[in-house]
Design a protein around this ligand. Sequence first.
Ligand code: ADP
Length: 208
Amino acid sequence: MHVILIGPPASGKGTQAAVLKERFQIAHISTGDMLRAAMKAGTPLGKEAENYMSTGQLVPDELVIKLVLERLKQDDAKSGFLLDGFPRTRAQAEALDEALNQAGKAIDAVVFVDVPDKTVVERITGRRSDPETGAIYHLQFNPPPPEVADRVIQRDDDTEGAVKVRLEKYHNETEPIIPFYREKGVLKEINGLDTPAAVTAAILEVLA
Ligand code: ADP
């Protein structure tokens, strides 16, 4: 199975991806996670990506495309993958299409999880994570337990200023690729405002 998860920042893609990965035993390929790992490891790619990411800008297409096409060649991606955070631009969508065509593969579904901008801002500015376990919390909607509360951290790009830029990039660069997939007949639209479990159920239904 070859699935793309698309949606605005904090639409719940990462949460859903973790469930779908387990359920279908396919590779979860998150460009955001890969870029953050590269930053943490201090690789040349990580150093280059850092300035873009911390301000909410997109990392240049050529870097991200190369990263993903290399990742898709790894063994665990051969039997199926779930792309999360890629493609984010028309050029990325076209490069992916071309690579899949060459490999005789095709996208089965593009799951578009949508939430309004207001919700994106609310979710992101309250988002915190536990650096020890990776667990994600929200100061209001899902507060960290007292023993964790002191150590939670905020992502560099989860500040109000960076969120504005991320939303702008999403509307200008990423939304325009939705018709590309709609025309291919693979687009599945999901309301991301429901509870995580209800969103999972809706995704499983469209993938069935
Ligand atoms: P979110 O979906 O919550 O915005 P991600 O973790 O997917 O977060 O991405 C965080 C940042 O990583 C983006 O704002 C961007 O700077 C960079 N990034 C991730 N994926 C891509 C991509 N496909 N193209 C360009 N930049 C990307």
